[in-house]
Design a binder for this molecule. Structure first.
Ligand SMILES: Cc1cc2nc3c(=O)[nH]c(=O)nc-3n(C[C@H](O)[C@H](O)[C@H](O)COP(=O)(O)OP(=O)(O)OC[C@H]3O[C@@H](n4cnc5c(N)ncnc54)[C@H](O)[C@@H]3O)c2cc1C
Length: 604
C-alpha cells in the first residue's frame, strides 16, 4: 500500500472540496483556524486549557466572515466548523454552540426585535460567547417539555425565569469558566395568564464581560472531564427577571386587553411552537454531519500514516508489510472509503433545504423527542453520520495501536467527539425510534420500491444491487414492525407496551432506512462524481451490507452465504484500491499537523 505522499487526481480533490465555496473563501475559513490551533501548550490547568479554547474561538470568529453571512451559507459555516473539528473537538463544540444554538435563535426568532440587539452585537463581535440552556438534568426527554418556566409578569411586562427544583437544572451547559463572558439561549415553557403556551427561547446575559454572574443565576461547576474538554456546569435560574424583549418571540406577542395582555402565537399550538423553537436544529445537523465526515477523513489519514511502510514480525511471514494483511488493509481502505461516503452525505446535507429552514417543521408526529418533527431525514442522517464516524474513528484508533492512543491525543479526542454527539444535537436512539414510528404509521413516509430483483444477476459490484437489497430489507422490516405494533395494539396493549416490546426492531428498521438513504446518496455521487470514486464508494457500500447482513438474512432478502460474497467483493475492491491509498488520502488535504509522525517518536 502506498504512503501519504500520493498526489490526488483532480477528480477526487474536486469531490472532497465540493463546488460550493470559491478558493478565496476556503482559504479564509482555513486561516480562521490556523495550524497553531491543532495543539495546546503543555502544562495548562483545565481552566487554562478552556480559556485558550475560548480565546481561539474569538480569533476564529473575528477572522471568519460575519456570523449572519455564515448562518446564511451552510457550506461556509460547515467548512469553518469542519476545520475546527479536526483541529480541536472542544473548539468545534463551543463554536457550534456559539453560532448555531445561541446566535442562530437570536437571528432567527428575534428578527425584527430591538431587544436582542445587544446580545447579538456582543456575540457577533465575539465580546461574549453563546451558550445553550436546553437540556434538563433530572428527566429523560426533557426537550419535549422543559420544566424551566418563563412566567409573564404583568407588573413589568417582562418575564420571570425559574428553575422549579434541582432536577430541572440545565445541564450540561458550557458556562463554568469564571472569566469567560457568556450569553445564553434559554429554552423555557412560557406561562401567561396561568396557562402554559409552549416552549420559547429567551436570551440571557449569563456572565458579564468579566465573567461575573448576575443575581438570579446560579452556576454549579461540574468536575473536570476529558472526553470532550469544555467548562461544563449546571445552571439554575432563581426568579431571574428579564425584559419583554429578551423573549425571542418569532412573531408571537402579548399585547392589549388589560394589564395582563392577550397571548398570540402564529404557530397555533404549543406542539407546533415546540417544533418551531427547535427549527434551529438543521444548522446543527448539517454541521455535525460535516464534522463527522471531517474527523473520519482525518482519522483515516492518520491510520494510513501509521500503517504504510510498517513491517510486521508475525511468524507466518516475518517482515511482511502490515498492510499486506487483509485486516489492516481493509481497516485502512474502509476508513478512507467511509471518509468519502460521509463527505457525500455532508454535501447532500449542506445542500438540503427543508420546510424547517422556512420556519415550519415538515416532519412526522413524534413521541420520543422533537427532532424528527423538524426534519426527519436530516435528523436521521445526523444519527447515521455520528454512528458511522464513531465506528470508523474507533477502528482507526484500535488499528493505530499504542501510538494512536498514547502518542497524540487526537484520535481519543475525535472518538470523544463522536461519542458526545451520539447524544448531543439530538439523541441518536430517540431519533431512530421516532423515525421507526413514522415509518410504521406511514406518517409522511413512503416505503421505498425495491423493484424486481435482484438486478444485474445479483452482482454485488453493482450499485443497483446494493439499492435493491437495502430497499427490500427496509420495506420488509417496516412491514413487520407495523404489523407487530398493530397486533399488539389490537390485543389491547397500550402504546407504551406495544412499542416497548418492539424497540429492537424499531431501531434496526430506522437504521436500515438510514443505510438506504446513505446508499442512495453514494449512488448519486457515483453517477455525478469522478470515475476514481467508484471503487471507493463500492467498498463503503459493501461494508454497509456487511453491517446489515443480520437483517438481510433475517428478512430473507439474501440467502445464507451472502457474507462470503460480500467479503470476496470487498477483497476485490481492496486489491483495486490498495495501490492508490496515498492518492485517496491526499485528496483529503489534511494539514501536516495531523499526519506528520510524532516528533518524539520519530523512529522511522
Ligand atoms: C458532550 C455533551 C454536551 C452537551 N451540551 C449541551 C449544551 O450545551 N446544552 C444543552 O442544553 N444540552 C447539552 N447536551 C445535552 C444533550 O442534548 C443530551 O445529552 C441529549 O439530548 C440526551 O439527553 P439526556 O442527556 O437527558 O439523556 P436521556 O434523555 O436520559 O437519554 C439517555 C439514553 O436513554 C435512553 N432513553 C431516554 N429516553 C428514552 C425513552 N423515552 N425511550 C427509550 N429510551 C430512552 C436512550 O438510549 C438515550 O440514549 C450535551 C450533551 C453532551 C453529551
Amino acid at each position: 500500500m502506498d504512503t501519504l505522499n500520493g498526489i490526488a487526481p483532480d477528480g477526487l480533490l474536486g469531490f472532497v472540496r465540493g463546488t460550493s465555496l470559491d478558493a478565496k473563501t476556503r482559504a479564509r475559513l482555513a486561516e480562521a483556524v490556523p495550524d497553531e490551533f491543532f495543539t495546546y501548550p503543555g502544562g495548562l490547568t483545565a481552566r487554562g486549557h478552556q480559556e485558550l479554547t475560548y480565546q481561539r474561538l474569538r480569533r476564529a470568529g473575528l477572522a471568519a466572515p460575519p456570523a449572519p453571512e455564515l448562518l446564511d451559507d451552510p457550506p461556509a459555516l460547515c467548512a469553518l466548523l469542519e476545520r475546527a473539528a479536526i483541529a480541536d473537538p472542544a473548539l468545534f463544540h463551543v463554536m457550534l454552540l456559539h453560532y448555531t444554538l445561541a446566535l442562530g435563535p437570536v437571528l432567527r426568532f428575534g428578527a425584527g426585535q430591538d431587544g436582542p440587539r445587544r446580545a447579538r452585537e456582543d456575540m457577533e463581535s465575539m465580546a461574549s460567547f453563546g451558550t445553550l440552556l436546553m437540556t434538563e438534568v433530572g428527566r429523560s426527554n426533557s426537550h419535549l417539555s422543559p420544566r424551566t418556566v418563563a412566567r409573564h409578569d404583568p407588573a413589568t411586562g417582562g418575564f420571570v425565569l425559574s428553575t422549579p427544583d434541582a432536577q430541572a437544572a440545565k445541564f450540561p451547559t458550557s458556562t463554568a469558566h469564571p472569566r469567560v463572558p457568556k450569553t445564553a439561549a434559554v429554552y423555557a415553557t412560557l406561562v401567561h395568564g396561568g396557562r402554559e403556551h409552549g416552549v420559547f427561547v429567551f436570551v440571557v446575559a449569563l456572565r458579564g464581560p468579566d465573567g461575573a454572574v448576575p443575581p438570579g443565576v446560579r452556576i454549579t461547576d461540574a468536575p473536570e472531564t476529558t472526553g470532550l474538554q469544555v467548562d461544563y456546569a449546571a445552571v439554575r435560574l432563581d426568579d431571574l427577571h428579564v425584559p419583554y424583549e429578551a423573549w425571542l418571540r418569532d412573531g408571537a406577542s402579548i399585547q392589549g386587553a388589560g394589564a395582563e395582555g392577550v397571548f398570540h402565537d402564529p404557530a397555533g399550538s404549543p406542539a407546533a411552537r415546540l417544533t418551531r423553537s427547535m427549527g434551529i436544529a438543521p444548522a446543527v445537523w448539517r454541521a455535525v454531519i460535516s464534522a463527522s465526515a471531517a474527523i473520519t477523513r482525518a482519522s483515516a489519514g492518520m491510520l494510513l500514516a501509521h500503517s504504510a511502510g510498517r513491517a510486521t514480525l508475525g511468524r507466518l511471514a516475518p517482515r511482511r508489510p502490515l498492510t499486506d494483511y487483509r485486516n489492516q488493509q481493509e481497516a485502512v481502505l474502509g476508513a478512507l472509503a467511509s471518509g468519502y461516503a460521509l463527505t457525500a452525505v455532508a454535501v447532500h446535507a449542506q445542500a438540503r433545504r427543508t420546510s424547517a429552514d422556512a420556519g415550519d417543521g415538515g416532519g412526522p408526529d413524534t413521541a420520543w423527542a422533537p427532532w424528527s418533527a423538524v426534519d426527519r431525514d436530516l435528523a436521521l442522517l445526523k444519527a447515521a453520520a455520528t454512528t458511522q464516524a464513531q465506528e470508523t474513528v474507533s477502528a482507526c484508533r484500535v488499528h493505530s495501536g499504542a501510538p494512536g492512543f498514547a502518542a497524540v491525543e487526537r484520535l481519543n479526542a475525535y472518538r470523544g467527539l463522536t461519542h458526545a454527539y451520539m447524544n448531543a444535537g439530538g439523541d441518536n436512539e430517540l431519533i431512530l425510534y421516532d423515525t421507526a414510528r413514522a415509518m410504521a404509521d406511514l406518517d409522511r413516509y413512503a416505503p421505498p420500491d425495491p423493484g424486481a430483483g435482484p438486478p444485474d444477476g445479483g452482482d454485488l459490484d453493482s450499485p443497483a444491487v446494493w439499492l435493491f437489497l437495502a430497499r427490500d430489507t427496509e420495506r420488509r422490516m417496516r412491514d413487520r414492525l407495523a404489523a407487530r405494533v398493530r397486533a399488539a395494539a389490537g390485543s389491547g396493549q397500550d402504546a407504551f407496551t406495544a412499542w416497548n416490546g418492539n424497540l429492537v426492531l424499531a431501531a434496526r428498521t430506522a437504521a436500515a432506512c438510514a443505510d438506504r438513504l446513505v446508499l442512495e446518496i453514494c449512488a448519486a455521487a457515483l453517477d455525478a462524481g469522478p470515475a476514481e470514486l467508484r471503487p471507493v464508494l463500492r467498498l463503503h457500500a459493501l461494508n454497509l451490507l456487511d453491517r446489515r447482513a443480520a437483517d438481510l438474512l433475517n428478512e430473507g432478502v439474501a440467502p445464507p452465504g451472502v457474507l462470503d460474497e460480500v467479503w470476496a467483493a470487498r477483497r476485490r475492491a481492496c486489491d483495486e484500491l490498495a495501490p492508490r491509498a496515498g492518492q485517496l488520502a491526499a485528496a483529503f488535504e489534511l494539514p501536516a499537523a495531523i499526519t506528520a509522525p510524532t516528533a518524539f517518536l520519530d523512529v522511522r
